[in-house]
Design a protein around this ligand. Structure first.
Ligand code: IPE
Ligand code: IPE
Ligand code: MG
Length: 246
């Protein structure tokens, strides 16, 4: 079955769209006396593993928070290191994603990113556009408020230019101008690392989502923990809860 943007959450009991706030990379590394970037590299390995395991758990949409509009406040070294990890991930994972039927997309304001990274992002989006086994959406320079602000500006422009009647500014009209246009709302949002806040993630889209907060740091979060969380949410694909831990 498929879920459309208009399907109310939880009508089937299945979780098809999971969104993850991948937090705790820095602490994972610092706890071991290592530079924060080592934690981010380990975190990227986890992403690969979760992306490969997700379809067998019945997940069709996976949205992950990789870099927020607030994360520019970090040191130049950490920001550049993260950007390098994103670029490397796209380059090294392209063939595997194609083989596994993964469609990769990005949300967030990409205009502030390095043009080379922007080209890699556009390239992988185009290359994987025909796949649908798993829809992987990566949030880079993403902020829920920023996304709503940009959508609001787009609407204001259309109204000012006489292309849109203010009466037609509906919830659907707003959704259609968000970066996530065409992507259903998540039924479940998971945040790792024990923090119990949403840090500006999917502000509009998560209004009906269930939240799960786990103390596990992202570099320690494996497919088995994801399967366990899904089983708790009554995922009807729970026969796959036996996915091996590592
Ligand atoms: C999450 O891990 C990854 C990003 C925000 C890029 P953190 O880097 O926030 O790790 P902690 O929270 O400092 O441990
Ligand atoms: C949220 O984590 C952003 C990402 C996971 C990319 P942060 O570590 O940046 O959030 P705060 O600062 O704890 O709210
Ligand atoms: Mg953090």
């Amino acid at each position: 079955m498929s879920v459309s943007a208009s399907t109310p959450p939880h009508t089937t009991g299945a979780v098809e769209h999971v969104a993850i706030i991948m937090d705790g990379n820095g602490r994972w590394a610092t706890n071991r006396g290592w530079p924060r970037l080592v934690g981010h590299r380990k975190g990227a390995e986890r992403v690969k593993q979760i992306v490969s395991a997700a379809p067998e758990m019945g997940i069709k949409w996976l949205t992950i928070y990789a870099f927020s509009t607030e994360n520019w406040k970090r040191s130049t070294e950490e920001v550049l290191g993260l950007m390098a990890i994103f670029a490397r991930y796209i380059q090294r994972e392209a063939d595997r994603m194609a083989a596994e039927g993964v469609r990769m997309r990005f949300i967030g304001d990409r205009t502030r990113l390095d043009p080379k990274l922007q080209r890699l992002m556009a390239g992988i989006e185009a290359r994987t556009a025909g796949f649908s086994r798993l829809n992987l959406t990566v949030a880079i320079n993403y902020g829920g408020r920023d996304e709503i602000l940009r959508a609001t500006r787009a609407l204001a422009r259309e109204v000012a230019e006489g292309r849109l009647d203010p009466a037609d500014v509906t919830e659907a009209a707003i959704s259609a101008r968000l970066d996530t246009a065409g992507i259903p709302d998540p039924e479940l949002v998971i945040r790792t690392s024990g923090e119990t806040r949403t840090s500006n993630f999917l502000v509009w889209q998560s209004s009906y989502a269930e939240y799960e907060f786990t103390p596990t740091l992202w570099p320690d979060f494996g497919p088995q923990e994801l399967a366990d969380i899904l089983a708790r949410f009554g995922n009807r694909h729970r026969r796959f809860g036996g996915v091996s831990a590592e």
